[in-house]
Write a protein of this length. Structure first.
Length: 310
């Protein structure tokens, strides 16, 4: 027990420090390459911080624990949309634009809905997994296309507090090290949480909640760091990219490796995931920002999801 507690504390400290450096490097790269920060957040930070979800779900699926693999993705998506966005909004109001919501936001919503549709009949198949993975490659292509399309547009919400880029190579190196440290720390932290959780004999769905929240800690840490620095687009891009990768890439590969029943996943939790994506989109589109009050509502939604997972 004492060892697990040390893992949790140590993992949390490394997560916070590494995520802060990751945000600085990502924003500097966005400036140096004249690419929108939301795209850097979605492709680099968002996909990168989803590696823990990928590892947990793939290992679970390969062991025949399909329900746990999909519960992990479900909980992670919901935590990103509610806990991560809501917490970041409490630190600093998240400002965005209509174009981000219309393009990257709708892409994320479509990815989440595709994942929900796969879960709806209570089973996942290899063919459904292939379809999700194919969708991921389409999503990556769209993100890259939009990055090129918007490369010349200045980021009007970018704060002046972030250090100006000096050496791209240095920022890439620091970013990669920080990303690796964030992922490893998230995994170490997760191991400590899971070890304690397993001793309590929790259900598959609740274990999925634990792993989902645990693997969302890199996203949460990166969101905290981004919110503190006023990098709203990076925070939003992180969540958008992570959920696209979770819903299409992680769930798709898990379905290919471990097709089977997911009847243990309650439909109400699937509905909450989809509604969370809709609510976050409505909040962002209506006033081009997610306020602190809306952040509290999102966190409250996460609380409801957690209670229904018991």
């Amino acid at each position: 027990m004492a060892y697990d507690i040390l893992l949790i504390i140590g993992g949390l400290i490394v997560l916070v420090v590494a995520a802060d450096r990751l945000v600085v490097s990502a924003v500097n790269l966005a400036k140096a390459l004249n690419v929108s920060a939301v795209i850097v957040g979605a492709v680099i930070v968002g996909f990168g911080t989803s590696v823990p979800e990928f590892v947990v779900s793939i290992v679970a699926a390969s062991k025949g624990e399909t329900g746990l693999a999909m519960s992990n993705v479900l909980a992670s998506n919901t935590a990103n949309l509610t806990l991560v966005l809501g917490s970041a909004a409490l630190i600093s109001v998240l400002v965005t634009t209509h174009s981000v919501v219309r393009r990257e936001g709708l892409l994320m919503l479509g990815s989440v809905c595709a994942f929900a549709a796969v879960l709806a009949d209570g089973t996942v198949s290899v063919s459904e997994g292939v379809g999700l993975v194919a969708g991921m490659f389409v999503a990556i292509g769209l993100l890259i296309y939009w990055a090129n399309d918007g490369a010349a547009e200045p980021d009007e919400h970018e704060p002046g507090t972030v250090e100006e880029p000096r050496h791209i190579g240095r920022d890439v190196a620091i970013g990669l090290v920080a990303l690796a440290a964030t992922v490893v720390a998230g995994r170490v932290l997760l191991n400590g949480v899971l070890s304690i959780g397993e001793s309590a004999g929790l259900s598959v769905v609740f274990m999925g909640l634990i792993t989902g929240v645990g693997t969302s800690l890199p996203e949460l840490s990166a969101a905290f760091a981004g919110a503190r620095r006023g990098a709203s687009d990076l925070v939003l891009g992180n969540v958008l990219g992570s959920n696209v990768f979770n819903s299409l890439g992680v769930a798709g590969v898990a379905a290919i490796l471990g097709p089977g029943s997911v009847s243990a996943v309650p439909p109400v939790l699937i509905s909450i995931m989809v509604l969370s994506a809709v609510f976050a989109g409505v909040f962002a589109y209506s006033s081009q920002r997610i306020s602190r009050v809306e952040g509290l509502l999102l966190i409250g939604t996460f609380g409801v999801y957690s209670l229904l997972s018991l």
